[in-house]
Design a protein. Structure first.
Length: 374
């Protein structure tokens, strides 16, 4: 709170400097901040696209977490990528460094998709004339105080998609669009590397995400092994396990419990984020919880079985055609949100995931494959 009080005290000087800057010829330098995880970044790609469509000659910079940087390397709408870790803007010196970076880059417009105090202050201290953000439905007193330093706020109403809130937020800079389709872009060698990984398979290929960055959401190894055995025993298909290098041990443990693992292709850690879309787009069907790969599958319009678990599907979910959402109605669901994430089940049972039977998922898969073949 001390930084907010300091900003209020210095605000007459800062507003004067911003007004002076606003008189110069606008060079159309735009900054978008999205430092959340893979799924959130993919869900934010409509913002980059629509900003660039409105301002094709603008220089668009996106500030991201280092983990997600690779996702934007081939995005044609992004001119520059900056990375930042949460520790980079800790304390007074960190906030000064961030605001100094923003000031030196001379941005005309800044769009914060991460509604937090450090970014509110850094954009204000960085003398950005137009500072736009979302007002989250779970905003605390501290952020509400800092939010006064934005020039425009769009309130997120619970029950609406977050990306729809972002689109409304863009109205402040003259962008009118309802196009919320996501985008991912692959590297030049992605197709070749994927072909080498898959080999000469001639059966439908089902992708299964082996884990989730948030352990509250994941299915667990036993359930995935059970599902894979059911699929391989009853269908003439191949399965590929999808995940990061950190999830290779999880995939290996699952493989030990699978009877017909010669029809399993373990892709965990084998492809980078710029190569993975080439594998995803070859899938007949993808099965996953609320994880970044689920939204990558949605971006390339692959049919999805989405095991929603604890999330609020009214605010973030796959939105393309051929999406089936499995979710049990429980009094405690939803318990995790885009702007208020939970990482542990407060009741300790995770019924939202554990009570989803693999028979239910299998029947949903069989129905989806039948429709895909008709």
């Amino acid at each position: 709170m001390i930084y907010i009080i300091l900003s209020y005290l210095l605000s007459p000087v800062i507003y004067l400097l911003i007004a002076i800057k606003g008189k110069r010829k606008i060079n159309a330098r735009i900054l978008v901040i999205q430092t959340a995880k893979i799924g959130d970044l993919i869900c934010s790609t409509p913002v980059f696209r629509e900003v660039k469509r409105k301002f094709p000659d603008a220089h668009l910079t996106v500030l991201v977490n280092p983990i997600t940087e690779e996702l934007l390397k081939h995005n044609p709408h992004v001119d520059e990528i900056l990375t930042i870790k949460q520790t980079d803007y800790k304390g007074f010196s960190g906030k000064l460094r961030l605001s100094d970076l923003i000031r030196r880059e001379k941005y005309d417009i800044a769009i914060s998709l991460n509604p937090n105090v450090p970014f509110a202050l850094a954009l204000f201290w960085g003398l950005v004339p137009v500072r736009i953000s979302v007002m989250p439905d779970f905003a605390g007193t501290t952020f509400k105080s800092a939010s006064l330093f934005f020039t425009c706020l769009e309130k997120h109403v619970r029950g609406s998609l977050v990306i729809e809130t972002y689109m409304k937020m863009l109205n402040a800079i003259g962008i009118k669009s309802n196009n919320i389709s996501k985008e991912v872009y692959k590297s030049g060698n992605a197709d070749l590397k994927t072909e080498r990984l898959l080999g000469d398979i001639d059966k439908p290929l089902i992708g299964i995400a082996v884990s989730s960055g948030n352990k509250l959401k994941e299915m667990g190894s036993e359930k995935i092994a059970e599902l894979a055995n059911m699929l391989l025993d009853n269908m003439d298909i191949n399965i590929t396990f999808i995940g990061s290098a950190q999830e290779r041990d999880t995939a290996a443990a699952i493989l030990k419990s699978i009877r017909k693992n010669d029809r399993i292709i373990d892709a965990t850690g084998r492809l980078s984020l710029t190569e993975l879309p080439a594998l995803i787009e070859r899938l007949t069907l993808f099965i996953g919880v609320d994880t970044g790969i689920t939204y990558m599958a949605d971006a390339v319009k692959v049919p999805i079985i989405h095991i929603a678990g604890p999330i609020d599907v009214s605010e973030q979910r796959p939105v393309e055609k051929n999406i089936r959402i499995i979710r049990h109605k429980l009094p405690c669901v939803p318990c995790t949100y885009v702007f208020k994430a939970a990482y542990e089940c407060k009741y300790g049972h995770r019924k939202c995931v554990n009570e989803v039977s693999m028979d239910e998922v299998f029947n949903c898969i069989r129905s989806s494959l039948k429709n895909a073949c008709n």
